[in-house]
Write a new protein. Structure first.
Length: 390
């Protein structure tokens, strides 16, 4: 019995090669942009088991394809190893072949070998026949690559949002610690929270998976609840005053107000009960601390502020002098609540020279307040630290 001699150019066959052989005769459904596929693949590389160096070699191969789309035009490129390495800025040939093998194993490209194993283009009466690397698999896998890329982008977006939430919670915890040290300095809770925040800060230097970030968010939520449970709640404020009380409140306003503008102040939108509760819960600052660190408030409003209603009156009087429009002020009181809006405005007065657009700045903070990502406590505590340092 005689056996067929094995060609020295025969390459080993894997299941990936079998899949390519089965689909090679099937026409491509449509053309796809090769650079878009490469961009998607750079996001979905983990799903296909490739790395950045593999993508660099694939980019070099795509540069030999004459068209931007992979579809109707010939899809086989046939550069020599030396030419590929030159385009890869001198990458060693052995390294380049290893990355090519990874791309083939991932099913992103395939080989179409000539009888001699060389890559070339043959022209004859029957037309042109090319032997080299076939880019058809990129076309056939384009939908799967795009889907994997979208999933990777969504995962990145979720991780980014979780890290942003953690940063905001860390800021709030630090503000609560500062407030707690001023109100209940002997409590050991503040040292424990400070140590926990410092320890987790080192952990955040690494790229944490979503599960670990969720664990951190749960820990921070528990810390914030514990700190808020210790600190005394803000004084109760009756926000359901009637129109007559609102009108009396604004009788001390600047006489240069236009009558229509005064009417808008009187008819400021009331807070729904749920929003009022959220605003009262978010504001954990004693009134005496706010008035003691906001020195500019006393300069513009010499009367002593004894209640949150009086602080809101003072802020309403200061608003035109600060260049804050009536619409921005109404929007802030509607989204933040009157107490938080008043504290925010008097804190802005301390930084007035640094704020180029007071109305726009207040609107931006109001938007953050609706997303539960803003509290005036850090602003007040920063002023408190400055006063102590001075």
């Amino acid at each position: 019995m005689s056996y067929m001699p094995i060609s020295p150019f025969m390459r080993p066959i894997s299941h990936t090669h079998l899949k390519v052989i089965e689909t090679r005769a099937t026409p491509l459904p449509y053309s796809v942009n090769k650079w878009k596929v490469l961009r998607d693949l750079s996001k979905a590389q983990a799903a296909f088991g490739i790395n950045v160096r593999d993508l660099t070699v694939l980019q070099a191969l795509l540069s030999f394809h004459p068209e931007d789309d992979i579809g109707g035009a010939p899809t086989i490129v046939f550069p020599s190893n030396k030419t590929i390495c030159e385009r890869l800025h001198g990458m060693p040939c052995s390294t380049m072949r290893r990355h090519l093998g990874r791309l083939i194993d991932a099913g992103l490209i395939s080989r179409k070998d000539s009888p001699t194993g060389k890559r070339y283009l043959r022209k004859g009466r029957e037309g042109e026949t090319a032997f080299g690397f076939d880019l058809c698999p990129l076309n056939r896998e384009a939908d799967q690559i795009a889907k994997a890329a979208d999933e990777a982008r969504e995962a990145e977006s979720q991780i980014r949002h979780k890290r942003e939430a953690i940063s905001l919670m860390r800021r709030d915890i630090n503000a609560l610690i500062a407030l707690g040290r001023s109100e209940v300095p002997a409590l050991s809770l503040w040292d424990r929270l400070e140590d926990a925040v410092a320890l987790t800060g080192r952990t955040l230097r690494r790229k944490l998976p979503a599960a670990e970030l969720e664990h951190l968010i749960a820990d921070y939520t528990a810390m914030i609840s514990e700190a808020q449970g210790v600190l005394s709640p803000p004084p109760a404020v009756d926000l359901d005053t009637d129109d007559a009380q609102n009108e009396q409140r604004h009788l001390s306003s600047n006489k240069e107000y236009q009558e229509s503008e005064l009417d808008e102040c009187i008819e400021a939108p009331r807070q729904p009960h749920a929003i009022r509760n959220d605003a009262e819960k978010a504001l954990r600052l004693p009134l005496s601390l706010v008035t003691s660190v906001c020195h500019s408030l006393r300069s513009f409003y010499p009367q002593k502020v004894n209640s949150w209603n009086e602080l809101f009156n003072a802020a309403s009087d200061l608003r035109p002098a600060m260049g804050v429009s009536m619409h921005a002020w109404q929007e802030a009181t509607a989204k933040m609540g009157k107490d938080i809006a008043a504290v925010t405005l008097v804190a802005m007065l301390e930084r007035f020279s640094e704020i180029r657009n007071p109305s726009g700045y207040l609107r931006a903070l109001a938007v953050k307040a609706t997303q539960n990502t803003f509290s005036p406590a850090p602003m007040i505590m920063a002023l408190c630290r400055e006063r102590k340092a001075a």
